[in-house]
Design a binder for this molecule. Structure first.
Ligand code: 2AM
Ligand code: CA
Ligand code: CA
Ligand code: CA
Length: 260
């Protein structure tokens, strides 16, 4: 199937998944601890992932799918069509706030970013795009609005997103990085923090993340000329955990210098 037809179908299924999420949220749903009380999964994470995986398989017979909750495939290399699915990004926010969470999908072909989607469920804003296509945000009932490349702002003139654990533990000199900025921000959804960097609300975002947390944001950030690297300044490994930094060129250089 052509890329733009796949794109259209993914946008459609994201909306279906959003509606079923809103519906299931009205009733009680199971919440389980994964590694502990700060790491949760709900029945809705699981049902979303099952639905998205089954639709992607129908759309793209070549698909190999890496999903957080394990309903996809075991993936050891980036050959061919590799999809990433995060059925609810910000599960803690979802459980505690019923707000500030996203559904994310990304497609890479032979390791190259192709399509990325971050759906802010409660605001009903879809961030999407890919190489040579541009990056767009679409609010409910509106047309796509093109997102332009954010200004190359410096750390001292901007806000920076830093994940809770990194800042609390002062890993990689994060307190100093926060002090150098105009202030740290902490949203609890990697997808929505990537979206804030893409919109130019934050000069950067840094967090320890898994592939499904950064795959979609990486597609969109790349297309807008933002730097996406590990905190050491190395390229991301798409198949393992990374301390990810997405930032303007200027802020990226400054953060990497302060962190190492
Ligand atoms: P998740 O909700 O899909 O698990 C803040 O917790 C952000 O970091 C969320 O986007 C969350 O994604 C992600 N994250 C990555 N690893 C995490 C972990 N071990 N515990 C909690 N959140 C994690
Ligand atoms: Ca999780
Ligand atoms: Ca996530
Ligand atoms: Ca998740």
């Amino acid at each position: 199937m052509e890329l733009n037809k796949i794109d259209h179908e993914i946008q459609r299924i994201l909306n279906v998944t959003r509606l079923s999420t809103l519906d299931e949220m009205k009733n009680d749903f199971t919440v389980e601890e994964k590694s502990g009380r700060k790491d949760l999964v709900t029945a809705i994470d699981k049902s979303n992932e099952k639905m998205l995986v089954s639709v992607i398989r129908q759309l793209d017979p070549e698909a190999r799918i890496l999903g957080e909750e394990g309903f996809g495939d075991q993936i050891d290399d980036m050959h061919g069509h590799v999809w990433f699915v995060d059925p609810i990004d910000g599960t803690m926010n979802f459980v505690m706030q019923k707000n500030r969470f996203a559904i994310m999908i990304a497609l890479y072909v032979d390791g190259k970013p192709q399509l990325g989607y971050i759906l802010d469920v409660m605001q009903n804003i879809l961030y999407h795009g890919g190489p040579e296509m541009g990056v767009y945000a679409r609010s409910a009932g509106m047309v796509d609005r093109r997102i332009k490349r954010p200004d190359n702002v410096s750390l001292d003139n901007s806000l920076i997103g830093i994940s809770g654990p990194l800042l609390i533990n002062d890993d990689y000199n994060m307190k100093k990085i926060a002090q150098t900025s105009r202030g740290p921000r902490m949203y609890g959804s990697a997808g929505l923090e990537f979206a804030s960097v893409i919109k130019g609300e934050l000069s950067g975002y840094v967090s320890y993340l898994k592939p499904w947390d950064f795959a979609a944001g990486n597609v969109l950030a790349n297309e807008l000329g933002l730097a996406v690297k590990t905190i050491d300044g190395a390229p991301l490994d798409m198949l393992s955990s990374n301390v990810v930094l997405v930032a303007t060129e200027q802020a990226s250089e400054e953060v990497i210098k302060l962190a190492n």
